[in-house]
Write a protein that binds this ligand. Structure first.
Ligand SMILES: [Zn+2]
Length: 450
């Protein structure tokens, strides 16, 4: 072989040390309790310092950035070999959702490694990916690997709440650190989905529904509970809430969901004539079996009533009643979502967005998607890679303000019976060591070719 070419690097592999580090880093990050209870009750700084030290050990110059003391973000850039290439953002959040220790088999912040499994809050969401990113980058430093594109690495605070101290702050106040970035990679995709028919599916996320958390308010005439009252705020609110909860939202297929349905139908030998009049998505979903769960929440907008507040005494009619609804809308279907809410709430109930985040759509016919797919197929040749749209949201929403198209790609190969999706925010969150090894290999492969 002649001299070292970028193509030569692309053919390389992670070393043994990277395989050791991904496990150790996952465990050690879990031991740093970064529980985000919302309302600003979280401290990511120790985890941020941990990550920054390891990036510095790979010869990078990480910056620690805070809007609020203790709510620390880390950003570093690896210079690529091709200065004309667009940069790639690789990001992971450092915070985790709360864990009720009494419900767990192990201390959720022990990071215990038992029988080849790393246990603890953040094992899949998403200290595993943070550890994979650190391990890959450090491996490259040892092997002298440089990517083609610049790679910007961001570890963020506050993803599990408002993102105001995390990716939102970075996008608003530190946009220059992301200069040149056109695409982003983060949670949550490329994990094994066992379809119950012997197939392993790997869904790469190429879109997210938007978030529309709603506050509904009904006003009426306050008064004694024993009197005639046809202007009762509780009755009006209950009527509106029932209409919303029972509403059957129309099917709205985004390009990613269309691709997902088409590929899944082909895998199972089913017809998917998405544009034929009379096409019924629910019939198709039924035929897909368990794999339907990859798409069923993203073929429509949704609005689930979740909270009700009214009254303070049984014989007093309150003048106001309030409810909250968790709404989600697909890319291109937000106006329809709002118009539908106007109709369902009627004239007696006001509604507003209490929190609103954009819907995202990423192309599945892109070289980035193709390279992610190829990286998974190299290490899981038996796997079927399909695109999917996330039903909820991630930091990618905030970074989209910088023109960054986000993908969900956190590769993990897990055995049958290991319910990855149930472990997200779940009890006994854990990740097999083998899954982390697969992840670091696939992420390394993808990033070398990115
Ligand atoms: Zn997450």
């Amino acid at each position: 072989m002649a001299e070292e070419q970028p193509g030569h690097q692309a053919a390389g592999h992670v070393d043994e040390q990277a395989l050791d580090e991904v496990v150790r880093f996952t465990s050690e990050l879990i031991r740093i309790d970064t529980t985000n209870r919302g309302g600003g009750d979280c401290r990511e700084r120790p985890a941020a310092e941990y990550a920054a030290e390891r990036l510095a050990g790979a010869g990078l110059e990480p910056r620690l950035l805070e809007r609020t003391p203790g709510r620390t973000n880390v950003v570093a850039r690896i210079e690529g070999t091709d200065p004309s290439a667009d940069a790639l953002l690789l990001h992971g959040h450092l915070d985790v959702v709360p864990a009720e220790a009494a419900d767990w088999s192990v201390d959720p912040f022990s990071g215990e490694i038992r029988d080849g499994v790393v246990w603890g809050r953040g094992a899949v969401d998403m200290k595993n990916m943070d550890a994979m990113i650190l391990s890959v980058v450090r491996g490259w430093a040892r092997q002298g690997v440089r990517p083609r594109r610049d790679i910007v690495i961001a570890f963020t605070a506050d993803e599990e709440a408002s993102a105001e101290d995390g990716s939102g702050f970075l996008a608003d106040q530190h946009a220059s650190l992301f200069e040149g970035c056109t695409e982003g990679v983060s949670e949550s995709g490329a994990f094994t989905f066992h379809d119950g028919r012997g197939n392993e599916l790997y869904g790469i996320a190429a879109g997210e529904r938007g978030t529309g958390w709603l506050r509904l308010t009904a006003h009426g005439r306050a008064g004694h509970g024993s009197k005639v009252n046809h202007d009762n705020a509780v009755t009006k609110l209950a009527t509106a809430i029932a209409r919303i909860g029972e509403h059957r939202w129309p099917v709205r297929l985004t390009p990613t969901v269309r691709a997902a349905l088409t590929e899944l139908a082909a895998l199972y030998g089913e017809q998917a004539d998405l544009d034929t009049p009379g096409f019924d998505v629910d019939t198709l979903l039924e035929k897909l079996g368990p794999a339907a769960s990859l798409v069923e929440a993203t073929v429509r907008n949704s609005a689930n009533p979740t909270m009700l507040h009214a009254g303070y005494k049984v014989n007093v009619i309150p003048g106001q009643a309030v409810a909250h609804v968790d709404g989600r809308f697909l890319a291109g279907a937000e106006e329809e979502f709002a118009a539908t809410l106007d109709r369902l709430t009627g004239v007696d109930v006001d509604w507003e967005f209490h929190h609103r985040e954009v819907a995202l759509q990423a192309p599945v016919h892109s070289s980035t998607y193709a390279k992610m797919r190829a990286a998974v197929k190299e290490f899981a040749p038996e796997g079927h890679v399909v695109p999917y749209c996330m039903s909820g949201g991630t930091d990618a929403k905030q970074f989209s303000r910088l023109g960054i198209t986000g993908y969900g790609f956190t590769p993990l190969k897990t055995p049958e019976g290991f319910d990855y999706q149930a472990l997200f925010h779940g009890v006994d969150e854990r990740v097999p060591v083998d899954a982390l090894h697969f992840g670091v290999r696939v992420l390394d492969r993808y990033l070398r070719t990115a």
